[in-house]
Design a protein around this ligand. Sequence first.
Ligand SMILES: *Cc1c(COP(=O)(O)O)cnc(C)c1O
Length: 455
Amino acid sequence: MNAAHARSNIGAIDAAHHMHPFSDMKKLNADGTRIIQRAEGVHIFDNHGKKYLDGFAGLWCVNVGYGRKEITDAVMRQMNELPYYNTFFGTTTEPATLLAEKIISHAGPRFSHVFFTGSGSEANDTWFRMARVYWKTLGHPEKKVIISRKNGYHGSTVAGASLGGMKWMHEQGDLPIPGVVHIGQPYWYVEGGDLSPEEFGLRAAGELEEKILELGADKVAAFVAEPIQGAGGVIIPPSTYWPEIARICKKYDILLVNDEVICGFGRLGTWFGHQYYGLEPDLCPIAKGLSSGYLPIGGVMVSKRVADVLINEAGDFNHGFTYSGHPVCAAAALENLRIIEDEKLVERVRDDTGPYFAKAWKSLEDHEVVGQAESVGLMGGLQLAADKTTRRRYAKPEDAGVVVRNHCLKNGLVLRATNDRMLASPPLIITRAEIDELVTTLRGGLDHLRDTMPR
Ligand SMILES: *Cc1c(COP(=O)(O)O)cnc(C)c1O
């Protein structure tokens, strides 16, 4: 089959041979898949030449935008010099080592080491074992339960999906694995009842203390959470939540793990999400924005506290991946971080586009079908509502989100819908004018929902 013939046939070939992640394949094959052909800046183009503003940065990851020749050049140079070597048997490569140094330089003095993986899921599998090895080495082999949250997302491997709190994922494969338990999420709009957001934040955090007391602090290794839940719907916790969680972890000597896979690398206007909230985590899985998605790479940032035990006392850590510290992926990530530094993208989100986005996003709260529009940096969550005065939701929340998402798509804007929340996470290079365009197109989608779906 020649290439031109194949191109016109991609839809049929895809249906015949390609299984997609998180998809109902029968439905996808009937509807037909969209084919993305090329991209530049904050825009993607499909195979018909239709242009979209990518309000989702690929999948939360293309922080520096598309078409960065500096990154592809760095990748080509590394490919030609050394396309692969491992970091297992007493060896390293220059990009892997320099990348670890670079990441730690932004993580602050609390952290000392990075363990590399190929993805965010693998990063979660990695700290999961680190946390247990840590306590076992210190003479507490029973301190091994991990507490996580309902509706959290930590990837799709067996450990990642277990740590995550998605019931519909647990149902497939008999998850979670033993030793992982879940508490509630700080989702005030839907679960807060008559409490104020601040009261509810304390209540939701209090569930951690209740769970620790129920299990016994001597049985609990760690608590894991995203600074802001991403895939769960950009659930921004009330202001009281994180200080209370931090207090509880300290009080009972539980490791705090912040999953920085989305919040890391500038998304919140700080290098890392835990810095935005002033937290002191012990382990942080990272991925996505680390390479802006140009090549797959993830890792775990390890605090001095944990690294000292793992390195000086635990002996061999029997864990790793063929592609841990892959030199080409590391070269892409190094160049990506150089761009973030040189173009001051973190500061730009913090001081300019973040506040601008916050104001534009918040302006949608005047719409009849919007219950709440919140954001931090360039991460926005918008709650749809059938009745905004009583916080009543649509009868089928997931359908409401799909209506808005599809209307936006038709009008050249990619956003994600999680149930009845619209999520935005654009590339960090987005301009004020492009933010206006994003919000205006979304408003059109909200109008469409108001006009077509009974409340
Ligand atoms: C995407 C994501 C992961 C999983 O990363 P993969 O690279 O898809 O394995 C883990 N945690 C969070 C918070 C994520 O958003």
